[in-house]
Design a protein around this ligand. Structure first.
Ligand code: SF4
Length: 322
């Protein structure tokens, strides 16, 4: 398998905010740590988003998570300037961020969520986050590290923005549903931050996930009954970087996207080739493969193929349950 050597890219040479969704460097696409994760979850979804630019719709759970990220950014920024945001300040920042996202795009409610449950999650999440941040030894926040990719027809760089930098490492905030996350689920994304930092001369031995967990309905009912404020549970998950693992997936993605870019044929032939190259996961293999989480579900050819297979009673060969 062909190996792609990534070269350091000086900070400031690539500025994501100048480029909009997805980002471009030197006229070509930019690979992100989160897009590596997107690829291993579903290559077809990666193709739709990263190559065709058809990004998924934000849902209610991810909007609360994005607002919490903004709260953390403001709180850490203040701390680094020797100030402190009170919990009330943090709540105000969170609500303001959440409102502005809601104004920009329609909320797609996840599961049984409503505006009220989102507000409850946000308040409980900010209280959990305020507790957790007392344990984070921040030395920087929202810094970007990038690397150049030479000679690829579609991608010219890889770049990621880090939530928080700590001595010899990074912390990434994850707001997840109902239970503590498994650090293994984040190894690729976190290790790719480590790879970008190392390439740019920053030692990275420690990777931490600050996992704020959305409270369950039962926890909310108990807090209401006891007349106490609901505080989201939080955990700090530790892992060690695995840079060869990142290089392995970078090579797979760059080789496949290079083959796609070099394919010559009609538009339909190219689409058929893309469907072969970027095989979708099946609904039985991924919790993301459904109409709530995946915005490509209704038009996805891989789901369509499974539906057709079911019609002809061949569904077992795909192991699918639609
Ligand atoms: S519907 Fe399933 S297979 Fe299709 S893009 Fe979404 S996650 Fe992938």
């Amino acid at each position: 398998m062909k190996t792609w050597k990534l070269e350091p890219l000086e900070q400031g040479k690539y500025n994501h905010s100048d480029n909009g969704a997805g980002g471009k460097y030197d006229g070509k696409l930019v690979l992100r740590p989160s897009s590596l994760d997107s690829y291993i979850r579903c290559p077809y979804s990666f193709y739709k988003q990263q190559i065709l630019g058809e990004y998924g719709r934000p849902n209610s759970a991810s909007q609360v998570g994005t607002a919490l990220h903004f709260v953390m950014e403001e709180a850490i920024g203040a701390k680094l300037e020797g100030k402190e945001l009170s919990v009330d300040d943090m709540q105000r920042v969170g609500v303001k961020a959440w409102r502005s996202y809601n104004e920009k795009s329609e909320v797609v409610f996840h599961g049984e969520q409503t505006y009220q449950s989102m507000a409850n999650d946000l308040y409980a999440g900010v209280l959990g986050l305020a507790e957790a941040l007392t344990c984070v030894d921040a030395v920087g926040s929202e810094s970007r590290h990038s690397a150049k990719i030479d000679g690829h027809p579609l991608f010219s760089a890889m770049s990621g923005s880090l939530d928080v930098e700590i001595p010899d490492g990074v912390v990434d905030l994850k707001f997840t549903g109902k239970k503590k996350s498994n650090p293994k689920d984040y190894l690729l994304q976190q290790s790719s931050y480590a790879m970008l930092r190392e390439l740019n001369g920053h030692n990275t031995d420690r990777l931490q996930i600050l996992n704020v967990v959305r409270p369950t309905k039962a926890a909310k009912a108990k807090a209401d009954k006891d007349g106490i404020e609901l505080v989201a549970n939080w955990h700090i998950l530790e892992m060690s970087p695995n840079i060869p693992y990142v290089q392995h997936w970078v090579d797979i993605i760059l080789n496949k996207t290079e083959a796609y870019a070099k394919f010559e044929g009609t538009v339909d032939e190219k689409q058929d080739f893309a469907e072969l190259l970027f095989q979708g996961t099946s609904p039985s293999n991924s919790f993301l493969c459904n109409n709530t989480w995946c915005s490509h579900y209704t038009t996805c050819p891989h789901v369509e193929a499974l539906r057709d297979a079911e019609k002809f009673e061949e569904v077992e060969m795909f192991g699918a349950k639609l």
